[in-house]
Write a protein that binds this ligand. Structure first.
Ligand SMILES: Cc1ncc(COP(=O)(O)O)c(C=O)c1O
Length: 726
């Protein structure tokens, strides 16, 4: 955080509030309703109008108008200007790449870069032009591609910009080759047989038209030195009037004397030079508006004569850094929720951004980012829309993206038919840190608790700190290893709740697969989150989001857990299975040959797929270890299957063995116990409420008349610890 800003400017230099530039109040409200705030909006009509003006720039012997794409490099804007006959000025190898991505032909791209990209030779080979911006750039180009055509960006010795920071000519500027060393440049070009076809000078942004015209003469002196030059590029920098007090450049007026100069030069030398211009600001500055919301207000006026009233926006230096950087002035317009406030006497406010940074100021004094300059606005309230105007150039492209981890705002085009078209989506917040990595993954410690539900055991991890599981599926396999790891059937992650649930559960099986749900796992999860919430021993109901939907377990004071497992899915293709279905779409007691034996299977999904098979005896007449894996991977189960082999002991007691998808034989499978009860009821073998004996113990399962399955059983804490994951 920077130090506090300097005192307030003495005068409020803008007495009457600004007006919206191209949006109407209702369009601004529409933008907020459709895309949220902050959102950049560009006017297609204004972009087209500016392209017409740039391509009509006065010229004697031909003109190429290049858009300085750094000002607003969105692909939709590049494509629009390309379709309107403009070429491109790129400032880095990456901008060349971006312009190519927009479908712009390399022959239309010219690169003038502070850093020659590593692939500059390929850029030249593609047909794009490079303006060498230093002697060393020229040498490198000559060495890599002797004999090629190049441009030379010169610093003509004179500059002019709207602010000191945007003046890029003269002795205190590092931009371009210093004009006094033209002889050395000539020697390097000769050594590598380079053909110098273009002289380029760009002296600043917001430059004085008179200085710019003087520089034209200085540039022509450089042209005389290089006989192969056919193009003179005079850069960009044309002033635009953002504020009503400012005066913009009229291209037709400022270009006319330059045209005359070219004609005179041709008379003197016989050389008819082609003119290039490179406007950035001019093309886009006033074609963009940033629609924001006043998200807070602060006042320091009580008991303080020097106090101020602040409007805090939901945008700031993260979307528009020019005021903080240059003391640049942008019109700012409050669109009140209640339109009648527009007509009330204005009040003085300072407008600040949302960053934890005192320099995040949107109303500095002109040219002085350190001094606060309040402005007049209609009486404003939290929730009002606030539009920062003239934000088309060097705002979206140049701001402090992701400072304070605010995601990049979306960009929208107000199209010719007045529709609002997204040209850049809002940045998904996870993209901000998606490329970040652990310093040393091998030393990472994970805290865990081990639980089991009837011997179906799990490693449980408190995963509230992140939205993705703290270990990878591969690391989960290692944790589950019974010889070299903790030993478990799976790893369960307790994440913050999604979709209105208290918690979210994810599971990685011991083979790295991710099941949708696990009945024993969810009981362990319920005990674990009771412990995390410090509510062990209390009766408590949780809603838990799983990949199979919302599951609602109740933990009783005695430690038993009753889980609402939802309704069984009986539709065959949805289970999924490709076995033939009956008239209701179900697969019940359907013949299937597996391992050379004929079976009758009932297919049910309890959020995960199950095949239920009734056998005369669990231990006799068939080989579990052979048949289990054959069922799991049988072609009629496109997502594989869990298989329950069931012996009916009585109409209220069923006994089972389970082969779990991804884990093999386990001591218990909660969803399997539910599935088999449903299968037993459907085939008339059992009552709706039964004890199901699993290898690890008993579960009480009930399928209510309303169709919901409830499972009650234990889950026990075994031990807790910490382990290293690599
Ligand atoms: C080489 C070059 N050309 C053109 C421009 C565009 O300037 P402006 O946006 O002020 O028109 C710049 C801006 O920095 C530049 O460096």
């Amino acid at each position: 955080m920077a130090s506090p800003l300097a005192k307030k400017a003495k005068t409020n230099h803008l007495a009457s509030p600004d007006a919206l530039r191209f949006l109407t109040s209702s369009q601004a409200q529409d933008v907020k309703a459709k895309f949220g705030t902050p959102t950049y909006v560009y006017s297609e009509a204004a972009l087209r109008e500016n392209a017409t003006q740039a391509t009509s720039f006065p010229n004697a012997f031909g003109l190429t108008a290049r858009f300085a794409m750094k000002a607003a490099p969105n692909l939709a804007i590049l494509r629009l200007f390309d379709s309107l006959g403009m070429h491109i000025d790129a400032s880095s190898g990456f901008e060349v790449r971006r312009a190519r991505e927009a479908g712009i032909a390399p022959q239309k791209i010219s690169l003038s870069s502070q850093e020659l990209p590593d692939n500059f030779a390929q850029i030249l080979d593609s047909g794009a032009m490079i303006n060498a911006c230093s002697l060393s750039q020229l040498r490198r180009i000559g060495e890599a591609r002797p004999g090629c055509s190049v441009g030379l960006r010169f610093n003509p010795g004179l500059g002019s910009g709207g602010t000191g920071k945007t003046n890029v000519g003269g002795p205190s500027s590092s931009f371009g080759i210093w004009h006094e060393i033209a002889d050395e440049v000539e020697a390097v070009a000769a050594k590598h047989m380079l053909k110098v076809v273009k002289i380029h000078t760009h002296i600043g942004s917001g430059s004085d038209p008179e200085v710019w015209q003087r520089v034209t003469h200085m540039s022509l002196a450089l042209v005389r030195k290089f006989p192969d030059v056919t193009i003179l590029n005079l850069g960009g920098g044309y002033k635009v009037a953002r504020m009503k007090t400012e005066k913009g450049t009229d291209l037709a007026i400022c270009g006319a004397p330059v045209r005359e100069t070219f004609v005179k030069f041709a008379h003197e030398t016989g050389r008819k030079l082609h003119l290039e211009i490179e406007p950035g600001t001019f093309m886009v500055a006033n074609t963009g508006s940033l629609v924001c919301t006043v998200q807070d207000m602060i006042s320091t006026t009580k008991g303080c004569d020097e106090g101020l009233d602040f409007l805090k926006l939901d945008a700031g230096m993260t979307e528009c850094i020019r005021p903080s950087l240059y003391g640049a002035q942008h019109p700012i317009v409050v669109v009140p929720k209640d339109a009648s406030r527009v007509n009330q006497p204005p009040q003085e406010y300072v407008v600040v951004g949302h960053c934890c940074e005192s320099g995040d100021l949107l109303t500095p004094a002109p040219g002085d980012p350190e001094t606060i300059a309040p402005r007049n606005f209609c009486p404003t309230e939290i929730g009002d829309i606030c539009v920062i105007e003239s934000t088309g150039a060097y705002c979206s492209s140049m701001s402090t993206h992701n400072y304070n981890s605010f995601p990049q705002a979306p960009e929208v085009m107000l199209a010719m038919d007045k529709s609002l078209v997204v040209i850049r989506e809002k940045q998904p917040v996870g993209q901000i840190w998606q490329n970040e990595r652990q310093v040393a993954p091998e030393t990472r410690i994970v805290h865990f608790s081990k639980y089991h539900g009837l011997g179906n055991d799990f490693v449980l991890i408190d995963n509230r700190s992140q939205t993705e599981p703290l270990v990878t599926p591969e690391q989960a396999v290692k944790l589950c290893d019974r010889n070299f790891g903790i030993g478990a059937d799976g790893v369960i992650f307790a994440l913050l709740g999604e979709e209105g649930c208290d918690w979210t559960m994810r599971i990685y099986n011991s083979d790295s697969s991710e099941p949708e749900m696990c009945g024993n796992g969810i009981r362990c999860m319920a005990q674990f989150v009771s412990a995390l919430e410090g509510r062990q021993g209390e009766e408590r109901t949780f809603s838990i989001h799983t990949l199979a939907g919302r599951i609602v377990p109740t933990v009783f004071a005695n430690g038993a857990i009753r889980v609402n497992m939802g309704k069984p899915e009986l539709n065959g293709p949805k289970v999924p299975t490709t076995l033939p279905v009956d008239k209701d779409g179900h697969v019940i007691n359907t013949p299937l040959s597996v391992g050379g034996q004929d079976w009758q299977v009932t297919c049910i999904s309890m959020g995960n797929p199950h095949a239920v098979v009734f056998v005369d005896h669990l231990e006799k007449g068939w080989d579990f270890d052979v048949v289990g894996p054959l069922f799991e991977c049988h072609m009629v189960f496109p997502k594989k299957t869990n298989t329950e082999f069931v012996q009916v002991m009585s109409r209220t007691h069923l006994k089972m063995k389970v082969w779990e998808r991804g884990s093999g034989p386990t001591l218990a499978c909660g969803t399997g116990a539910c599935a088999l009860l449903v299968a037993a009821v459907l085939s008339g073998r059992a009552e709706r409420k039964c004890t199901v004996t699993l290898p690890g113990g008993d579960l009480l399962v009930e399928w209510t008349e309303e169709g919901t399955v409830f499972m009650t059983g234990p889950a026990q804490h075994v031990f807790s610890g910490e382990t290293h994951v690599a």
